[in-house]
Design a binder for this molecule. Structure first.
Ligand SMILES: Nc1ncnc2c1ncn2[C@@H]1O[C@H](COP(=O)(O)OP(=O)(O)OP(=O)(O)O)[C@@H](O)[C@H]1O
Length: 237
């Protein structure tokens, strides 16, 4: 299996005016194609920092990070953006859809940034909207959708460019339990179809949906566990 994430001894320092925070303290992590990894841990332990570096939104202060075989050290901002656009799909807690665009236009954005041809954009957007069961809402705007529907559209946007890695930050944080369960079932399904997913979550019921759980404490990985997810977790189908 292809190695998607290879982090070696990563450190992240945030330099404040008076206090310096050592948010990641020597994280080494390998994630291979097809894994579904949940990152858990208490508030402030470094989960979002780790996800931001994995998604090339931020850079580590020390250590090495290879994404899909690409060494990410020393890249310029536009090079990072380019690699992110090709290799990463991001799903945020607050959906981050653009209200002035339709569902179709939101999902098409990553492909348009790549300069894909119109016919290819249409084919692929319709395909992923069908995958998340949102084709019937393609002309709607985000503010005409429920939270769960908006998150499904955000997942379609993350999928559309066929990224090597889908990063998901608290996907159910703004959803009630019914919509949260539906979004988790969708993520589980996408993983079964081959997507590699890394998800930050506070919710232990949902972290158990992942095939591997990584627990962070004070910027370090303190425990890792793997499990068989072939049978669905009770209450999340
Ligand atoms: N931009 C920043 N500037 C300074 N310190 C930061 C910054 N971002 C995060 N930190 C600090 O780094 C540490 C890790 O933060 P991070 O957001 O990664 O934690 P987290 O585990 O995601 O927390 P939560 O579960 O509350 O979202 C915290 O002590 C936080 O205060």
């Amino acid at each position: 299996m292809k190695t998607i994430v290879q982090m070696t001894n990563l450190h992240k320092h945030y330099d404040g005016q008076q206090i310096e925070t050592h948010a990641l303290q020597g994280v080494s992590l390998t994630i291979t194609q097809g894994e579904f990894v949940a990152i858990t841990g208490p508030s402030g332990c470094g989960k979002s920092t780790l996800l931001s570096i994995m998604g090339l939104m931020d850079v580590a202060s020390e250590g090495q990070y290879q994404l899909a075989g690409i060494n990410t050290q020393g890249l310029k901002v536009d090079q990072r953006t380019d690699i992110r656009n090709k290799h990463i799909g991001y799903v945020f807690q607050s959906f981050n859809l653009i209200d002035s665009l339709t569902v179709f236009e939101n999902v098409a954005l990553p492909l348009e940034h790549r300069g894909a041809k119109k016919a290819e954009v249409t084919r692929r957007v319709e395909q992923v909207l069908a995958q998340v069961d949102m084709e019937h809402r393609k002309h709607y705007r985000p503010n005409q959708l429920s939270g769960g529907q908006q998150q499904r559209v955000a997942i379609a946007r993350a999928l559309v460019g066929e990224p090597d890695l889908i990063l998901v930050d608290e996907p159910t944080g703004n959803l009630d339990s019914k919509n949260g369960d539906q979004v988790m079932a969708l993520l589980e399904n996408l993983n079964k179809q081959g997507s590699t997913i890394v998800m930050v979550t506070h919710d232990s019921r949902y972290s158990r949906c992942a095939s591997r759980q990584i627990h962070l404490l004070d910027g370090q990985i303190v425990t890792e566990s793997t499990q068989d997810t072939s049978s669905p977790i009770q209450g999340v189908a």
